[in-house]
Write a protein that binds this ligand. Structure first.
Ligand code: MG
Length: 391
């Protein structure tokens, strides 16, 4: 199926509110402490801030997940400007569909999704602000009063992880999440140390694609005595059959994460019964509306969705929280990542959790205010620190 024509939406040009300006700026955000996972150690995150301003003076903000350097994301985003200029910010489905066929997006659906999600997010922020309503009210309304998040354990050694687990228990989290896939002795030692601290709370283990099928089956067998609620993405994301093979060989439930980006991926996981849970972010689906649809596909298969922290800022966490409030088949213990940052770019709201939970955000749009001094600092860090160009 090729790109649709540019003008079939009747009245599109006659809408009153129009997109007047779109601006982008790279942001580098340092983590409070090194972040250890199966792939590597990360010291910070790179994002691109998207600002969409209407001719009525409403500005919506979004954030695109960028690679390092962020130049390819910035360049691709510039291609969106002529497409969006003068169009209605409310035509979100249409605009994001058309943007997917722009040059640099056309051959790379995952890059398109991670990049365009920031633009789509900014459009929803505009829409909410224009209506004076928080996003959850435009997305079907609140299905739940709050969203539950997991404690995302940080540290390298068993002692460090156990210490963080103690803090998580004291803070009242009911779901604990940690990384595995970091070598067999380390995985066993770390998981045992954390289980000893957290009692019978739920424990999730994320291998981030570290294992082949045989290793995954053996490791999950060995880790099963620590009673994980599920093991996330044990095998490379490219192969659903590998995931299914592991799922059929072990008794611990299996979650798909890196295997799933698009609506079609969600459908395939459900159709082939490759996983028990789907971990997904709206950056992976290419936007909040697509994320809502992805949840519906999973719901039809009786599968729950877990919010996947991505892009690390409080901006993203507010946006996914808004849509998370509206989704019936959302799990407890979802992921946010803004707390890993040394300093976020938000002036508000307060995103601190109570017993792992965050209630409704009632400000219009996505519900956050930017701290412009922090934004300036994050842009300066991107431009000055070569680490963010060569990670
Ligand atoms: Mg994961």
């Amino acid at each position: 199926m090729g790109p649709p024509g540019r003008h079939p939406v009747r009245g599109l040009k006659s809408r009153r509110v129009k997109i007047a300006n779109i601006r982008f700026r790279p942001l580098a955000l340092a983590f409070e402490e090194p972040y250890h996972w199966a792939g590597r150690v990360d010291y910070g995150a790179t994002n691109v801030l998207v600002e969409i301003e209407t001719d009525e003076g409403i500005t919506g903000y979004g954030v695109s997940t960028a690679g390092r350097p962020a130049e390819s994301t910035l360049q691709a985003l510039e291609g969106v400007v002529p497409l969006f200029a003068g169009r209605s910010p409310f035509d979100i489905e249409r605009l994001t569909w058309e943007a997917r066929f722009l040059g640099s997006f056309n051959h790379s659906p995952r890059f398109a999704a991670l990049t365009l999600a920031g633009v789509e997010m900014a459009l929803w922020d505009v829409a909410g602000k224009a209506c004076g309503r928080p996003l959850y009210q435009l997305m079907g309304g609140a299905y739940r009063e709050d969203v539950d998040y997991f404690a995302f354990l940080q540290g390298d050694t068993a002692d460090e992880l156990a210490e963080d687990a103690r803090r998580a228990v004291q803070a009242g989290f009911s779901v604990i999440y940690m990384k595995v896939g970091r070598g067999e002795p380390k995985d066993l030692e770390n998981t045992e140390a954390v289980r000893a601290v957290i009692g019978d709370r739920k424990l999730r283990l994320d291998a981030n694609e570290a294992w082949d099928v045989g290793t995954a089956i053996r490791m999950i067998g060995r880790l099963s005595r620590f009673e994980p609620e599920w093991v996330e993405q044990p095998t490379p994301g490219e192969s659903l059959p590998a995931l299914r093979q592991v799922k059929e060989a072990v008794t611990v439930p299996i979650a798909a994460d890196q295997a799933v980006f698009s609506l079609q991926d969600v459908y395939e996981v459900c159709r082939t019964k490759a996983a028990d849970v789907i971990v997904l972010s709206f950056h992976e689906t290419g936007g909040l509306l697509a994320f809502k649809k992805a949840a519906a596909v999973a719901q039809a298969a009786g599968i729950v969705l877990c919010l996947h922290g991505q892009s690390s800022t409080g901006m993203t966490d507010c946006a996914q929280h808004q849509v998370g409030l509206t989704i019936p088949n959302l799990t407890d213990g979802n992921q946010i990542m803004h707390q890993l940052l040394r300093q976020d770019v938000l002036a508000g709201p307060d995103l601190s959790l109570r017993h792992g939970r965050l209630g409704r955000l009632e400000a219009p749009g996505l519900g956050f205010e930017l701290d412009w001094e922090a934004v300036e600092r994050a842009e300066a860090l991107y431009r000055q620190d070569p680490h963010y160009h060569h990670a």
